[in-house]
Each structure stands twice: as C-alpha cells, then as structure tokens.
Write a protein that binds this ligand. Structure first.
Ligand SMILES: Nc1nc2c(c(=O)[nH]1)N[C@H]1C(S)=C(S)[C@@H](COP(=O)(O)OP(=O)(O)OC[C@H]3O[C@@H](n4cnc5c(N)ncnc54)[C@H](O)[C@@H]3O)O[C@H]1N2
Ligand code: MOO
Length: 390
C-alpha cells in the first residue's frame, strides 16, 4: 500500500493541462483563465466625478464662495467648454470633469438660485474626483492561471475583454458498477439500492470545472463493463465506482487492464478509500474509486478534485489543509491516514461517533474532514488537528 501523498503524486502524474479555448465573457465565470489578458484602456478613461454636485476650480473653493453655472456634465455626456474663474458646471456621478475644473462640490453643500450657487457648508478637502486610470491602466494584466470569480468577470468586462481564453472543461466519464444499483426514481428489487455515488461525484466534479458524463450503470459482468468503458473512450478521465475490492464480483481492474489500462497503483493507506486504483488509459487516465459511498466521495475530494485542478492548469502543489482545535478527544489512529467526518462545536471540531464508510447521512452533516496521519496518537480537547473543509 502506498501513502496518500504518494498516491496523490502518482495521480497528478497521470494528467496534464487540457487545451485552451476562447469563450464569450458571459460564459467565462467559473472557468480557468489560461493566458494573461491585458486591459486595452484606462478606467476611468477620464477624470470622473464621484458625486452629484458642481465642478469648479479647487483654488476657488471656500465657504460662501459664489459661482455661475454655465452648463452641465452628465454620465455619457461631457461638458464641451472650459470652466473659468467664478464658473461652475452642474455635474453628475460618472461624468467627465470638464477642463478647468478640479473639484466637485457636492450639491448638499450648495445653495442654488437660478444660475448662481453659493457654497453654504464646508466642502472638506476631498475633491470628489476619480482620476483617470485610478482603477486600472491600459496594459495592466490579469494573470493566468486564475479561477474566474464574479468579480474577475466584472473586471474583464471593464477592461473590454469580450472573449476570454480559458481551459476547456476536462471531460470526466463517471461509471457506477454493480448489479445491486438502480437509478433514483426507479423501483429497486428486494436486493437492490439506489445509486448515489455518481450523483454526488457529478455534483462535486462539476463544481470544480469538469464536464461530467454519467455512463449507464455497468453490471457485474465483463461484457457490461466493456460496453460502459467503450462509451467513455474519449474522456480525459474515466472514474469508475465500486468493484474495486477483492470480491469475486469486483471485476473493474481486470476489465480495464484487458482494455489497455496501465495500472499505476492499487491500494492506498487511507481510511476510507483503501481499494483505490489508477492508471493510464488510452490518451487519458482512469481512477477506480471504492464503492462505499463515503469512500467514493472522500477519494473524489482528496484525489479527483486535485486531478481536475491539474487538468485546468491550476496549482496543485500542496493539499490545502487547515488547522483547528478539537472540541472532543480522539482515540489513537491506526496505520492508515484517516479522514474523519466532523462538525464544528464550540469553535473546535468534533468527529462523529460513527465513521463507517457507508453513512452518507453522516457525511452530509459533516462540515470538515479531520485528517489524521497514520499512527497519530490519541488527542485531547484543545489540541490542534489538520482538517479539510468540505
Ligand atoms: N475481504 C475484503 N473485503 C473488503 C475489503 C478488503 O480489503 N477485503 N475492503 C473493503 C473496503 S475498505 C471497501 S471501500 C469496499 C470497496 O469495495 P468495492 O470498491 O469493490 O465496492 P463494491 O463492493 O462494489 O461496493 C461496496 C458498497 O458500496 C455500495 N455501492 C457501490 N457502488 C455504489 C454506488 N455507485 N452508489 C451507491 N452505493 C454503491 C455497494 O452496494 C456496497 O454496499 O470493499 C470492502 N470489502
Ligand atoms: O476503505 Mo473503505 O473505503 O473503508 O470503506
């Protein structure tokens, strides 16, 4: 059995960054920027008023000063003339500050009668002007790789970047295997259960940028598994679920190998998730997840998500572990790295009593996975432990 970090390294080795495609800006949210993009303009492109008021020469601003209003500057409609001595231009937020003006007195500080304004309240020292290029300048870049969040999309829009180079979504084919499985909504036979892992993993991998194809459930026969693998041949990554252990009906590895899968490893010293396997498969890779639902989901989070990051060109240097105090003691750990379902209590983490790898109801309540290294000694309340947010 190899360690979790050896498995992680081997899995990352099986994949490489997928190619780049260009998408319209409106479809770029949640995608990974693949090349730096550069602003073609300054923002704001002119000195702009930050407030509604009157644009005047700053040198003339003082309490009781009077000005003659000679025109108007609105957003999208600048004032074409020049503001001279004793003159003001009515101005609105976002409008270009006219030539000759260097201060915007907000309208609340002014008394207006006809064309004349008087400053009636101390306007303070803030000119209420956003200088040209204050947000960004032409030539400024947004660096890649970068997962594009809503704020990035707004920034790219302001930079006038209508087409965005992003990594293509890696195609992941998900295959559940087992005679006992039926789809949600179907009527299970007396010995059957509802397939859950493909749905949970689809949600997880989609959230992390994959295009997920759900294959039909493969039955526990060579022929059925072969057919299902055949449907996945063009995927970047094939993820099978179940049939990974040592039972007479655990056929996945044998069939995959007969179809050309070159095994990289089998079995990882982790709990849950021990019977994990992986290898190169055609132009892509295959990961065989254990069937127990919690094992499949945790292996998805610990291994398949970082593989997606690698395919998307995102950094994968280290597992993003955080640390927190324990709210309840933990017994000593065994020889496998244990991912314990836990929840927050009194600003610390408390592991659930039952850690069985079949309990989706516990996983669904869990807010974190406490990560216990192999042979970690018993831990007391208040001691810090590593955890993964989920
Ligand atoms: N003699 C041994 N038996 C087992 C070992 C072992 O080392 N020696 N390992 C155990 C561990 S640990 C795990 S994990 C499981 C993994 O087994 P498989 O990957 O072969 O999974 P299955 O047997 O197909 O299924 C296990 C369990 O999960 C249910 N399942 C499977 N797929 C799905 C799905 N897509 N959705 C919902 N539930 C699913 C299945 O019905 C079984 O109950 O092996 C142990 N045994
Ligand atoms: O290692 Mo298994 O994944 O405990 O359920």
């Amino acid at each position: 059995m190899i360690s979790v970090s050896e498995a992680r390294a081997a899995l990352l080795d099986l994949v490489s960054a997928v190619d780049v495609e260009t998408v319209p800006l409106a479809q770029a949210a949640g995608r990974v920027l693949a090349q730096p993009v550069t602003a073609g303009r300054d923002q704001p492109p002119f000195d702009a008023s930050a407030m509604d008021g009157y644009a005047v020469n700053a040198a003339e601003v003082e309490l009781h000063a009077m000005f003659k209003v000679i025109g108007e500057a609105a957003a999208g409609h600048g004032f074409q003339g020049r503001v001279g001595a004793g003159q003001a231009v009515r101005i609105f937020t976002g409008a270009p500050v006219p030539e000759g003006a260097s201060f915007v007195v907000i309208q609340e500080d002014v008394d207006r009668k006809g064309d004349l304004i008087t400053i009636t309240d101390d306007p303070g020292g803030n000119a209420n002007i956003r200088d040209r290029g204050r947000d960004f300048r032409a030539g400024q870049t947004v660096d890649a790789p970068r997962l594009l969040r809503p704020a990035d999309i707004a920034l790219l829009a302001a930079m006038n970047i209508a087409e965005v180079p992003v990594r293509r979504r890696p195609v992941v084919a998900l295959m559940s295997t087992g005679d006992e499985l039926v789809m949600p909504g179907e009527t299970p036979g007396p010995d059957q259960i509802i397939v859950s892992n493909t749905f949970g993993l689809k949600a997880m991998l989609k959230e992390h940028g994959a295009e997920v194809r759900m294959l039909p459930i493969a039955r526990d026969t060579d022929a059925s598994l072969r057919t299902a693998f055949g449907l996945a041949h063009d995927a970047d990554l094939i993820v099978t679920i179940g049939g990974a252990s040592v039972g007479d009906h655990d056929l996945v590895a044998g069939v995959a190998e007969s179809l050309g899968m070159e095994r990289a490893f089998y079995k990882v010293a982790m709990r849950p998730g021990k019977p994990l396997m992986a290898g190169r498969f055609g132009a892509g890779a295959m990961v065989g997840l254990p069937g127990n639902p919690v094992s499949a989901m945790i292996c998805g989070r610990v291994f398949v998500v970082p593989m997606l990051f690698a395919m998307l060109g995102l950094p994968t240097a280290a597992e993003n572990l955080m640390s927190a105090p324990l709210a309840a003691p933990l017994p000593a750990n065994g020889p496998r790295q244990h991912y314990m379902r836990a929840m927050w209590k009194d600003a610390g983490l408390q592991a659930f009593d039952s850690q069985d790898s079949s309990l989706l109801s516990v996983l669904a309540q869990a807010e974190a996975l406490i990560v216990r290294p192999p042979h970690d000694p018993a831990r007391d309340v208040g001691e810090r432990v590593d955890y993964l947010a989920i």
